[in-house]
Design a binder for this molecule. Structure first.
Ligand code: NIG
Ligand code: FE
Length: 416
């Protein structure tokens, strides 16, 4: 709860003026303090600065605080993972093998695999079992530095099972480990036993009102892509979500130039996510919006899709957020450190840009920029301490290496 970390080699992503996000050329700037201290009081960041400034403080105010020495180590604000699907049943390594042998993600989905495969397994799994496996994943990602996240439904595809998933997400929230936002993704795939019209009517007329009545979601999502939901269908679903108090936050342009970005922006989505297929029209729509473009390089990596045009987007002046997309079909990893490495290596983003994208910008993408995503007075004291490493660029550089030593949530050590 009350903690002082001293002798920090470099304190990363410090903020003195509140920012909503960072965009364009500013993404290459990462504010840090060398030889720093950080004080967390009652779970919130109370103070930070240089060790010289620390020595000038009246230490009577910090009597009885736990102390840590971070000589040779960096301290980061925990990552914000703004796009995940960590509530699921089973796994899909058979489809992974099928893809190695040459089948595409869309072919597997069209043959009843993919999301429908996960939906069948989830429908056969109890809420309790789902909660246990999701809780395990939650602990796993916190240990990798994640300190706030979004989780989607979307493997239920019936009223009963979508509500079951969202109740699991609520139970994860109620653990009070990290801040969690819930996204209702009924529009993830069309179930086999319904026509498109029937299922979309069900989403609009029954699911959204039921989700809102129980207060189970913050956002409404739609997989607006080739072979899934059209922009017109997405528009109808998002408008109904808005009517029920859910802000849009959608899947767009993963498999094709789907019109998803434009329909998201037109409905003031907080973010549009994936964006493998982004051209001038999409960039133009995003430039004059409050919508955070969110890239999920883990899914492009795992599915062998081409990577998102991050450089073009940054050069056009856009902000970018990064997220893991942790799910059983297209990104079976919730590692934000690996996401950072992919973004550097494949999207040609600089380490500074990547750190901004995984902290302050991804915090905005789930409405948490006032409380998470940077080291700022009054923000939640969720931070991680690295191993002894030369500097912050070492983290994405040393891909697959565990460079985190300790994770601290609200001033308490979570990962020792
Ligand atoms: O974000 N693109 C749509 N949904 C998930 C994948 C779902 C699955 O294959 O299970 C994604 O990549
Ligand atoms: Fe996703």
């Amino acid at each position: 709860m009350n903690l002082i970390i001293k002798n920090i080699k470099e304190l990363v992503q410090t903020e003195t003026e509140p920012r909503r996000w960072v965009a364009g050329v500013a993404m290459a700037q990462l504010p840090t303090i060398k030889n720093a201290f950080l004080i967390i009081k009652n779970g919130l960041i109370e103070n930070f600065g240089t060790m010289e400034e620390y020595r000038a403080l009246d230490d009577r105010f910090y009597n009885g605080f736990s102390e840590m020495d971070a000589t040779g180590r960096l301290v980061f604000p925990c990552f914000v993972d703004s796009h995940t699907h960590i509530v699921y049943a089973g796994s899909r390594e058979q489809e992974f093998v099928d893809r190695i042998k040459g089948k595409t993600y869309e072919e597997i989905a069209a043959a009843g695999g993919g999301i429908l495969n996960s939906a069948k397994r989830l429908q056969d799994t109890s809420e309790e079992e789902l909660f246990k496996s999701a809780q395990k994943r939650l602990h796993e990602v916190i240990n990798m530095g994640t300190g706030a996240m979004e989780i989607k439904s979307g493997y239920g595809l019936t009223l009963h099972d979508e509500l079951k998933m969202l109740r699991v997400i609520r139970r994860l929230k109620d653990l009070n480990l990290i801040e969690i936002k819930a996204n209702f993704l009924g529009a993830h795939a069309i179930p086999k036993d319904k026509t498109r019209e029937e299922y979309i009517d069900l989403i609009v007329n029954e699911m959204i009102p039921a989700v809102a009545a129980e207060g189970l979601a913050d956002y409404v999502d739609s997989f607006c892509d080739k072979g899934f939901f059209t922009p017109e269908e997405t528009d109808r679903i998002l408008k109904q979500g808005i009517k029920y108090g859910l802000r849009p936050k959608i899947h767009a342009n993963q498999l094709a130039t789907s019109g998803g970005v434009q329909v998201g922006v037109a409905n003031n989505a907080i973010s549009v996510d994936h964006l493998e297929h982004v051209g001038e029209a999409e960039i133009e729509a995003l430039l004059h919006s409050e919508t955070m473009p969110t890239l999920l390089p883990g899914a492009a990596f795992f599915l062998g899709l081409h990577y998102q045009p991050a450089r073009k987007m940054i050069e056009a002046g856009l902000p970018i957020a990064l997220a893991s997309d942790y799910n059983p079909g297209s990104s079976p990893s919730g590692s934000m450190p690996f996401t950072m490495s992919l973004a550097c290596i494949k999207l040609k983003m600089l380490p500074e840009e990547v750190i901004n994208a995984c902290t302050i910008n991804s915090a905005y993408a789930i409405g948490l920029e006032k409380t998470h995503g940077s080291i700022a007075k009054g923000k939640v004291g969720n931070v991680f301490i690295t191993q002894e490493i030369p500097g912050y660029s070492f983290m994405p550089y040393a891909f697959g290496t565990d460079t985190i030593d300790k994770v601290i949530l609200k001033g308490k050590v979570f990962r020792e």
